[in-house]
Ligand binder design. Sequence first.
Ligand code: GLN
Length: 454
Amino acid sequence: GAYVAAIEAANASINAYVAVTSEQALEMAKASDARRASGQTGALEGIPLGIKDLYATEGVHTQACSHILDGFQPRYESTVTANLWADGAVMLGKLNMDEFAMGSSNESSYYGPVINPWRAEGSTADLVPGGSSGGSAAAVAANLCVAATATDTGGSIRQPAAFTGTVGIKPTYGRCSRWGIVAFASSLDQAGPITRDVRDAAIMLKSMASVDDKDTTSVDLPVPDYEASLGQSVKGLKIGIPREYRVEGMPAEIEALWQQGIAWLKDAGAEIVDIELPHTKYALPAYYIVAPAEASSNLARYDGVRYGLREQGRDITDMYEKTRAAGFGTEVKRRIMIGTYVLSAGYYDAYYLRAQKVRTLIKRDFETAFHDGIDAILTPATPSSAFGIADQEMAADPVKMYLNDIFTVTVNMAGLPGLSVPAGRCAKGLPLGLQLIGRPFEEETLFRTAHVIE
Ligand code: GLN
């Protein structure tokens, strides 16, 4: 009840929720109270959550914040949200996001931008919360839910977490089932939580993760009690510092934050090791080939027949064209065009195949570091703090927006777990995050190391 009231009071200015499910929330809360009274409590009993609009929620608004999915209410529930409800959690509503999770500022949503609850000192200018899980990050930061689900294809959990002073983890590819999550780039997409602190992230991920017959890429490994790893010492852990992340033009305050993180971990007894990840500079261009390629294929299903919007046409082809022209926004159309181009005969080898080869090299860089005994890698989460809404330079040049993902996309390309933890403030008082990258399925190491930093 208190959260629903808080959302009603604050959502108009933040725009984090695109649907508030107050009736379901009260019903779920009542059922939770009944379970509590009979002594059967789940790990998330009664905890109110916000759910990114990318997750299918049965009978509830699920539109990936796109016009093309107008009115879509699935008859099924995503595996991750089903896991959360089975543990007693309560749904408050669906959270705003970039359309089909494409973006780094939450400005491509059909429902309008999300406003970051943070302001620079002495300024009233609106800032972006990051994207694509901008609604998730803003809702957690503004206390409009206890925790939120999010997804990360190329940084969409970690970058918004860094921009809003929250914690976000993208687990290893395969840790959570992708079933019932609207597909963007299937070989990169992973579910994960955005939370207020590391402990909440550990508890949320434990509940979200599972092997699932309906997603053959989900992995059959026991889900550890992540919370139990908190407070364990990081003494003797080898933390890698990749020199390639010291990118040109990186602001001094980001470098200083990184050094601070290194000092904290050293003080806590970790061993700091300089490492090389030589193919890092190719990650961003390769990502912006692989992700649009898979997106163009995944988005072919929105044809005006099966879901949501349908525009009238002379014949079926005309109907397809008119529906897709009206239903998709500019960024989504840009991705479909890039994706179709790099997959087309004649260009496939030059772009898509080459990008896949680069992806293998990126993966090998990490394997070499881990083989040499590195337990986790520490980097900045983003190259800057949150930027302004409607940034003219980024609007004029989409590549400027893509550069935001420079520290995060490598992790998706390699399928590794990555966590963003708030670690300080910039000169203007805005939150900044550090990223920890781990070995496959060793999220515990990330939680325990992040707990030392937070
Ligand atoms: N900003 C990246 C993109 O636009 C990442 C998106 C994501 O992780 N969903 O593709």
